[in-house]
Design a protein around this ligand. Sequence first.
Ligand code: ATP
Ligand code: MG
Ligand code: FE
Length: 350
Amino acid sequence: PVVLGIESSCDETGAGLVRDGRLLGSALASSMDEHARFGGVVPEVAARAHVHALMPVVRRALDEAGLRARDIGAVAVTTGPGLSGALQVGLAGAKGLAYALGVPLYGVHHLAGHVAADTLVHGPLPDPCVVLIVSGGHTSLLLVRDLARDPIVHLGDTLDDAAGECFDKVARVFGLPYPGGPAMDRTAREGDPRAVPFPRPLATGPSGHRFAFSFSGLKTAAARWAEHHRAAGPALPLADGAASFQEAVADVLTRKAVAACTEHGVSTLVVVGGVAANSRVRSLAEERCAAAGIALRVPPLRLCTDNGAMIAAVGDLLVRAGAAPAPLEVSVDPSAPLERAELHPAGAAR
Ligand code: ATP
Ligand code: MG
Ligand code: FE
């Protein structure tokens, strides 16, 4: 069947249509510009924007695929994690469509969507693979078997800030425009990555494992560097700071990801999430995977950041695995940990 995927966990409203692992059409609307003057996503503004954009986005995805609503055979929707109000708009729309069309509904974990995004361009994930998920709210190394059937094993998570959050916060201190990650990437192009010796935080996890991350120390170091330069001299050597900061993040992420593959005897690394769009993260991952004999998969930029196609991709895997659909009473879970690709929380939202 054709699976419609709906994503509304943050500031992007996304719809995608997938059948048998193939992307048929997708559309996206963003309320990013409305949040820019606040320097971050305003939950109430995001929820209202989803109300406005949801059905037009679904219609655009259908148009692109040359399909009609009645061709939809299942609906998948992000039920968490994310902003509660934003998630509820997407879920309400998905329920209405599933009910009216008489098709099954699947609740999907947003991060499983980021992982599945890669399958739309590179085919089924090898079993097992190591996934480095680096986004605005999460930074984890995962051991993934069959995404639709098996539990997801966390090899390590960030102990404090997510990598994307660190990009955004440091960009703000540097005076770069919102959103910070892409601005930092652009600014870094003109800079010297060896100019500032920022720390390489090699955090150890609670049980002593080597695959945890910590970015708050690096964030503080970058903020101090900017303050120091502003106080001391005329112009902030912004490009050098950005390039050096980006190098430190990319170094830590890729070093640990490759070590996780080696230690677990896994021959494929998949890098997903918004920060996988970063040019240095991509190039350093390529270099280090090639040196270690590891196959690297990174989705194209448009599939790295939030979108509806990635949610449809998970729905398609669940349908084909024969997973049980969600009841129409299903709710959202704004802080759901990533345990399985399916997420069918009961009860009211927090
Ligand atoms: P989560 O998926 O954890 O719920 P999210 O959905 O907000 O969080 P994504 O949409 O996956 O996160 O990614 C957004 C993040 O990616 C932001 O922090 C943004 O700054 C960062 N980002 C996007 N492009 C780049 C880039 N080129 N370089 C660095 N960071 C980037
Ligand atoms: Mg976003
Ligand atoms: Fe995301």
